[in-house]
Design a protein around this ligand. Structure first.
Ligand SMILES: *Cc1c(COP(=O)(O)O)cnc(C)c1O
Length: 406
């Protein structure tokens, strides 16, 4: 059954949409696995993954089946009632992680909002209103609500919207001495991305996360890991904290959790969770049956030894080839990241040109991302096929060769 729609085109964006985005010049209309087609029928290989969201590519059969089944069963019921998909997904997340309790919401920003509010509430209840300070990292990204841009360490996202949330300070990332100097008994939480995503795909040093854990314990502060981008299999472990062996008190997840269907989750212990008693926090759509049914299928599909091993294997494939391309054209100074969240750092001669690289790549038929103006980012499906990796990187190399000639 196919509905006849009015024709629309890219130019309509400029006429009808709030101009807070600058989308590419073509409009994708269909996807299958790691390939996408635009309105003109042109095919592209997708290494952008909807910004680290399409963890199983496009239209994965397991996700289509889960969504279709749920679409014919129950869409929405509100939190006045609970529902089976939410209970199943919560149980599975608890079984698979440190967490004992789950709060569902609809995005990464909302998962962080819940995490930060919980951290403040716990400190308030246990130690009083003075203990409300949050320490986060310079250049971190935690979402676009006012609380999350205030915690995020990038003034360009938080300036110009009136008074920010108070009691937040920022320290350089991967600098344990700076964190040690900043933390005090007034600190209620230290918030870190185990891999800083938006600001250039920067993995934490092992000693940094271990040290942060110890400092938090010494000061009765909670350690919050924002795994919205680096979690759900992307690091090669289900969550990046498992890769490091450093367990947070609160973890936020979103992006890959829904594989393209909007969902977010905050994971924590029972002891902390009890501070969000009835009425303290909520959201209409959180734990929506459609979102949770898809999330369950994502978790079932990615949390297997085969997929995890595949991520390591594909990481090596990307890294080797990107290093070779980097060397041949003097493009990259470093290729870094964990699993299938990879950042290729532009060499001095190319600094600031990440957007030009991704535009050229799209022209050659491969979608990649930037993470700051100096880093080209790859966040493909965890089950991207070898053929697509090779063909996509061939196209990427053609784009780079063309840019290098110009
Ligand atoms: C994308 C992202 C967010 C925000 O998620 P939204 O779903 O856009 O609200 C928060 N933290 C990190 C690390 C992210 O990459």
């Amino acid at each position: 059954m196919s509905v006849q729609h009015d024709p629309v085109q890219r130019a309509d964006f400029d006429q009808y949409m709030v101009p807070n985005y600058a989308p590419a010049g073509f409009v994708p209309v269909r996807g299958k696995g790691s390939r996408v087609w635009d309105q003109s029928g042109r095919e592209l290989i997708d290494f952008a993954g909807g910004i680290a969201v399409n963890v199983l590519g496009h239209c994965h059969p397991a996700l289509v089946a889960a969504l279709t089944e749920q679409a014919n069963t129950l869409w929405h019921i509100s939190n006045v009632f609970t529902n089976e998909p939410a209970l199943r997904l919560a149980k599975k997340l608890v079984d698979a992680t440190f967490a004992e309790r789950v709060f569902f919401c609809n995005s990464g920003a909302e998962a962080n909002e819940a995490a930060f509010k919980l951290a403040r509430r716990v400190a308030h209840d246990r130690f009083g209103p003075e203990k409300c300070e949050i320490i986060a990292a310079v250049n971190s990204f935690h979402g676009r609500t006012l609380f999350t841009v205030s915690v995020g360490g990038q003034a360009k996202y938080s300036d110009g919207f009136g008074p920010k949330i108070q009691g937040i300070s920022h320290v350089p990332y991967n600098d344990l001495a700076a964190l040690q100097a900043a933390i005090s008994d007034k600190t209620c939480a230290v918030v870190l991305e185990p891999v800083q995503g938006e600001s250039g795909v920067v993995p934490a040093d092992q000693a940094y996360l271990e040290g942060a854990r110890k400092l938090c314990d010494a000061h009765n502060a909670l350690l919050v890991f924002d795994e919205v981008q680096c979690g759900m299999g992307r690091s090669g472990e289900l969550f990046a904290y498992m890769h490091y062996g450093v367990t947070p008190d609160i973890l936020s997840s979103a992006k890959s959790l829904g594989g393209g269907f909007p969902i977010g989750a905050m994971l924590t212990t029972s002891d902390l969770a009890k501070h969000l008693a009835v009425g303290t926090h909520g959201t209409t759509y959180g734990g929506n049956p459609l979102a949770c049914a898809v999330g369950e299928a994502v978790l079932d599909t990615i949390n297997t030894p085969e997929v995890r091993a595949g991520v390591q294997d594909k990481h090596a494939r990307f890294k080797t080839r990107l290093q070779a391309i980097g060397q041949q054209y003097g493009l990259f100074s470093e290729v870094r990241g964990l699993g299938l969240l990879i950042g290729a750092v532009l060499a001095d001669a190319w600094k600031g040109k990440a957007k030009a690289v991704l535009d050229a790549a799209a022209e050659e038929g491969v979608m990649v991302l930037q993470a700051s103006p100096d880093v080209v980012r790859f966040a493909p499906s965890l089950v991207v096929e070898e053929l697509d990796i090779n063909e996509g990187l061939d196209r990427f190399e053609r784009a780079v060769a063309r840019l290098a000639q110009a």
